[in-house]
Design a protein around this ligand. Sequence first.
Ligand code: ARG
Length: 475
Amino acid sequence: MSRMPLIKPEILFMSQKPWDGRFSENTDEMVEKFTSSIDVDKALFASDIEGSLAHLKMMAHESIITEEEATKLEKGLEVVKGRIEKGEFEYSDALEDIHMHIESALGDVAGSVAKKLHTGRSRNDQVALDVRIYLKKQTLEVMDSLIALQKVLVETAHKHMGVVMPGYTHLQRAQPVLFSHHLMAYYEMFKRDYERFSDSLKRTDVMPLGSAALAGTTFPLNRELTREILGFSKISDNSMDSVSDRDFIMEFISHATICMIHFSRLSEEFVLWSSSEFGFITISDAFTTGSSIMPQKKNPDVAELVRGKSGRVVGNLMAIITLMKSLPLAYNRDMQEDKEPLFDTVNTLKASIDIYTRMIPHVKIHGSVMRTAAEKGFLNATDLADYLVVRGMPFREAHSVSGKAVAFALENGKELHELSLDEIKQFSDLVSEDIFDFLSIESMISRRITHGGTGYDSVKSAVEKAALLLGITLG
Ligand code: ARG
């Protein structure tokens, strides 16, 4: 059943600033500049237009405006969109933000009917909607690129399955591990990141429009219809919360921070591993740069920059949570400051994921250097203790015996496996000839087959399980 349109355009008043009806003085120039957010929020133009198109369709469906008016406004919005996309749009601080810019440009294109667009809507629910539309899309893109990164990690782990390296604790050589196991640790981290983003997406995917300034609206808006048109999963349940909720932004940035911390750790390893001191990897020329003074230099800039950029995201997290702290309900202008940290986080995170995905296949793995490192530094001391335990000695005692053997080997400039049988036997006569095989790298790794351990079988099955989850076939 169609109702009469609820408002006539001539009733609405729109002068240069949509809100200046009650103002008798012009805005101070400096204030105009200070309060303007257009430089930042113009990035939301597509979301803003998408939201307005849905709002129009819904209003026409509910006979709040006529079909003809809606069509005219829809066409007008497409024209405005085209102008922005082509860079033919003029921005001005006087129009504050992207919402007012678009509304004003629509007036130029479509005439006075443009004054009806904002019916039953406030910039408060409009901006909340725009950011949600934007962030839904960005979160999905981040999730996709995290999948691409995981694939590269799993493929690299598969490719270098036999490579052994020293595993570290306190950055001291601890026990031998498979290089693939080490890489798969990062797979686990980025998998959790993916899960976190997919979880917060549920809370971003909530449609706030119809909350108006804070209290809802007197117009018979069909919020469910707007939701459906925009492809949101649900509508928000409290208008005051809807216009002042920025949890979804805080969540996104905090998940991004954790993800960037993972990258920062990986970067630190890449920087260390590519140094002459380690020599474990060589990052290809395409992903490194030289020094303007030292001709021999080849620097791991990508890793360093990603490590550095993690700081920006941590800063963005501080900015957004501090911004929200102590804000009374409902909307406060402080919230306009949410966009810079969000956009910067999105851009930094996406760039970091993408550059790593591209770089990892171009990293040369020096398996023999890693292996040599794993053979030095008594990485088999725990296994000597384990050997004694299997032969009946309590672990604490075995730990001390192995420690004494290490001290003796150190004094004699040897590794444990380089001692003679008699030399080891002086610490315990439980030791026999089979100790040498037991202390070899291969057998040490092969024995660690508990779920999640570095044993060949455990790592192989972790890699295969990951490949299955990611839908990739390993060569
Ligand atoms: N530019 C504003 C922001 O990003 C839009 C909302 C303005 N609302 C207002 N009541 N002044 O938060």
